[in-house]
Design a protein around this ligand. Sequence first.
Ligand code: SF4
Length: 262
Amino acid sequence: MCAERRHLAGELNISFAALTPLERLQALVDRAGGPVVFTTSLGIEDQMITHLIFSSDLPILVKTLDTGRLFPETYALWRETEEKYGRRIKALYPQADALEALVNDQGIDGFYYAPEFRKNCCSVRKVEPLARALAGAAGWVTGLRRDQSANRSDMDFVSFDGARGLIKANPIFDWTRDAIVGFTVEQGIPVNALHAKNFLSIGCAPCTRAIRPGEPERAGRWWWEEETKRECGLHVDDAGRPIRNDAHRPARADAAFERLPQ
Ligand code: SF4
């Protein structure tokens, strides 16, 4: 099965480039040979993909990881999106026992005190729920973009996630932030109100801040840690090693959000 999926990823990769994002999603559904799951963080890239899936009624399961620490604005957007499209975004929650043990051991905001504590929190609140979200899936859709960070600049459109044994597809991989903002405005797609306040990449509330002009796109995530330790553990390489967040790359279009409704 793994060899077949690895081969299919290569084939899709060749044909993917000439397609639109919607056609890429359709091609993935047609060829994956099993369920396809999209995990959304409700960021602007993911809202564009959710729009494509819901408005074209594609048979892709849309799921989100509710860490319990999201911004109120993110929960409001979640509700607004379900109301607009009349579809449910399925939620995955941390395991109660593991969460209780984590908080009782390292405190409610223990992630500020040591990188290991932060990784423990991400592991309980995000990585383990992601594994359940993807269980049984043949394909995984993400909203990764090539220009988000240096370590994403040479990633393929489609890859085989060897650690999870599935095809990972990034249908808007070659879209710029500016193009995505333009698309969301044109299509009336709801986006997180925090984007208009310079939150470019939005995750958990205690671990996300607005960026300042000229700062890298993902500088607002885990800003108190050394850059080399900032991986969240959701995206891994073929050997299962976390791909780290690379904040060195300059933001290319942090002014793009000025076009969003305030
Ligand atoms: Fe915990 Fe912060 Fe990771 Fe969210 S981003 S899971 S609050 S450490």
